[in-house]
Structures are given as structure tokens and as C-alpha cells.
Ligand binder design. Structure first.
Ligand SMILES: Cc1ncc(COP(=O)(O)O)c(C=O)c1O
Length: 386
């Protein structure tokens, strides 16, 4: 008899499950407000699409170098100079098949089976499940209203000194909370990790989407720090599956070998098109201004609908909301909200197996009209406890 591996017995990505249900309703003709997945409602920038069309007509869409096209690696290094005044050598840039592949590569290059990695709870579900699928063990740093959604030094100390974690992975801005950590906190964490022989992985995928302040990058801080990023969110290119990492020079060859064998290279068409993404600033900033409007409409609408409180939502495009007045089962509540209001949102248990039962994540990356409609539906039909 054949049996499934334990690695395959990971939890589903509930946001994607909700999306499947919600899309089925849309196909059946229902007007659904799609707030379940963190995906821009806009296409890739015009310049990116034009570059892709040209590449299809003129370029060889073949494999690229394992570490990515030299021109794109150089352009990304220049982006760090232009946007953060940080010197990154092109050889430190590794192009990946979305940041999702970046996590796999980074974990494989830095950790061995059985090693522990500290991540926040709530946090992006795929961190937890990629770790489990790779026989690595997540150690949860519990965050919430009480610690301003940012792990305390005492929690980090405990993870490193008592749990023996080999790496810490944090996102800023965070999914699902939208919280942006202070530059100083991230720099201190990076130096602490370096001093303690622990890898520090910082996910900066939502960096372009911070509404009221500017931040520094953790890229290049020291030999223990790896930064992951992607064209998916700010650059509005989810389906192009293209991301990057900024890594210490000593890690490059290991990542190159792993990428060669696991993926050969990231998609050449997307790499070529992504070269144009950095020239699309005007279009991308207009999209971001739309998110900022959506955020205000949604946060106000949720509070008016009787939702007690939300995490700060300083960045990314999510509002993580306390639904404890209405439910102790966020999965049931997400189904209920879809049935009664035609609003698709993600249950908090996707992000946090404990307190997530009281929370829901609403994405405001979609069109403004859909956010307005969701808020109107909440007004017209007040939420009830289930
Ligand atoms: C925090 C975070 N990191 C990484 C990813 C993966 O993005 P991609 O593989 O499209 O780069 C996501 C996607 O939602 C995310 O929210």
C-alpha cells in the first residue's frame, strides 16, 4: 500500500480556499466583494506589459542564469541605491520564482532538517507550512494588541536562548496586520542575530506599500541578514512569479546551486518584463494612492459596523480586525459573511492557530467600488453574532 508523506500533511492556505468558494459564486452571477486574497486588482504596469510583448516577439525566452539575468540583478542593486541609499553589489541579488521560492531556497541554504525557526503568530501562513514541509520546526512569537503586534526582546531571547532557534523570520509591513516595525527594532534584531549566530530573514515584500512614513531596508546590514522581496505586491505582478533576495556574499554559491537544481531559473519572460517595473513609478504611486483611500474607507466602515478594533494597518493592504463581538470561530464567520453579505474575507485562523479564531483579515487591494460596496452592505445589514 502506498502512503502519503508527513510533509504533504500540511494545512491548507485558507485564503485560497475562500477564494475558490468566492470565485465560484462570482461565476454563478453573484456580486461578491473580493477581499480574501492579497492581490492587486490592477494589471502589471503598462511599461512592464509592453516590455513583455516585445520580448515575446524578439527575445529568446529560454533559461537564464541560475541566479537571474545579470541586467535585472544590476537594476535591482541600483534600486537599493536610488530608494534607500544602500550599496548592494549585483552579485548579492538572487532572482527567484516569486518570493515563495526565495523562502524555500533561503531555508535550504541556511538550515538543516529539524532546525527551529521563529516566526510571528499571527503571520503569513506559508512561512509556517513551508517550514513544516521542509522538516523544519516553526517556533511562534505571539504578537497582538498587548505588544503592539511586534515581538518583544524577551520573546526573541527566549526563542534563541531556550528554544535554540537557528533563524528568525519577520515581515515588515506584516501580513496580516499591516504593522510596520521601526527601523531601529529591525536593525537591533539583525545585529542581535548576527552576534548570536542566528540567521535573520526579513520579508520586505510590502515595502513599497507604507502609507505615512518612509523606512530603511535591512539589506546589507550584516552577514547573517537575508532580505526577501518580490514584484508581486507594490509592482502589481502576482502572476508573473518573480521575486528577489539580497543575501550575504558567502551564501550566493549555495543559493545558485539550489536554484539550478530546484527551479533552473526564474521565468525569463517575467525577468525581462520586470526590468521595466522600476520605470513605472508614476503608475505604481497612483495605484498606491488608491490603496490609501481604500484603507480609510474600509477601516471607518468596519468600525461603524461594530467591529471593536483593528491592528494598525500602517502598510501592505490588509486590515486585521477583532471580530470577538460576533464570533469565536472565524472560519464559520467567513462562510457566514460570504453567504449573508457577499463579502469574501480571510479567517484569522489561517494566520494564528490560537487567537485567530476571533480575527478576520480584509484585503483592500481590490477596486475602490468593491470596498465601498462592502461597507454599504455592512451598513444595510448589521452584523450579528453567530
Ligand atoms: C508576507 C508575504 N510574503 C510573501 C508572499 C509571497 O509572494 P510571492 O511569492 O508572490 O512573491 C506573500 C503573498 O501573499 C506575503 O503576503
Amino acid at each position: 500500500m502506498v502512503v502519503l508523506s508527513n510533509r504533504g500533511k500540511i494545512s491548507p492556505f485558507l485564503a485560497m480556499d475562500v477564494m475558490r468558494e468566492a470565485r465560484a459564486k462570482t461565476r454563478a452571477g453573484e456580486q461578491i466583494c473580493h477581499m480574501e486574497v492579497g492581490q492587486p486588482g490592477t494589471p502589471a504596469p503598462r511599461l512592464v506589459r509592453e516590455r513583455a510583448k516585445k520580448a515575446i516577439d524578439e527575445d529568446l525566452i529560454g533559461y537564464t542564469e541560475g541566479l537571474g539575468m545579470p541586467a535585472l540583478r544590476e537594476r535591482i542593486a541600483l534600486h537599493y541605491k536610488e530608494s534607500y541609499a544602500t550599496n548592494i553589489a549585483p552579485e548579492q541579488v538572487v532572482i527567484t520564482t516569486g518570493s515563495s521560492a526565495g523562502f524555500i531556497l533561503a531555508f535550504l541554504a541556511t538550515l538543516d532538517a529539524g532546525d527551529k525557526v521563529a516566526i510571528t503568530s499571527p503571520g503569513y501562513p506559508c512561512y509556517r507550512e513551508i517550514l513544516r514541509a521542509l522538516d523544519l520546526e516553526p517556533v511562534f512569537l505571539t504578537i497582538g494588541f498587548e505588544n503592539q503586534w511586534c515581538p518583544l526582546q524577551s520573546q526573541i531571547d527566549n526563542a534563541v536562548q531556550n528554544e535554540g532557534v537557528k533563524a528568525i523570520l519577520l515581515a515588515s509591513p506584516s501580513n496580516p496586520t499591516g504593522v510596520v516595525m521601526e527601523d531601529e527594532i529591525i536593525a537591533n534584531l539583525s545585529h542581535y542575530c548576527h552576534a548570536n549566530g542566528v540567521w535573520c530573514l526579513i520579508d520586505e515584500i510590502y515595502h513599497g506599500l507604507i502609507y505615512d512614513k518612509s523606512v530603511k531596508t535591512a539589506a546589507g546590514l550584516n552577514e547573517a541578514t537575508i532580505v526577501l522581496n518580490s514584484f508581486s505586491k507594490y509592482y502589481s505582478m502576482t502572476g508573473w512569479r518573480i521575486g528577489w533576495m539580497i543575501v550575504p556574499k558567502g551564501l550566493v554559491r549555495a543559493l545558485e546551486k539550489l536554484n539550478q537544481h530546484l527551479f533552473i531559473s526564474a521565468p525569463a519572460l517575467s525577468q525581462t518584463a520586470a526590468l521595466a517595473a522600476f520605470d513605472a513609478r508614476e503608475e505604481l504611486e497612483a495605484i498606491k494612492a488608491g490603496y490609501a483611500r481604500n484603507r480609510d474607507i474600509l477601516v471607518n466602515g468596519l468600525l461603524e459596523a461594530g467591529i471593536k478594533r483593528c491592528a494598525p494597518a500602517d502598510g501592505a493592504f490588509y486590515v486585521y480586525s477583532d471580530m470577538s463581538a460576533f464570533t469565536e470561530n472565524s472560519l464559520d464567520f467567513s462562510k457566514h459573511l460570504l453567504e449573508t453579505h457577499g463579502i469574501a474575507a480571510c479567517p484569522g485562523i489561517d494566520f494564528d492557530g490560537k487567537d485567530g479564531k476571533y480575527m478576520m483579515r480584509f484585503s483592500y487591494a481590490g477596486p475602490e467600488a468593491e470596498i465601498i460596496q462592502a461597507v454599504e452592505r455592512l451598513k444595510a445589514r448589521p452584523l450579528r453574532a453567530i
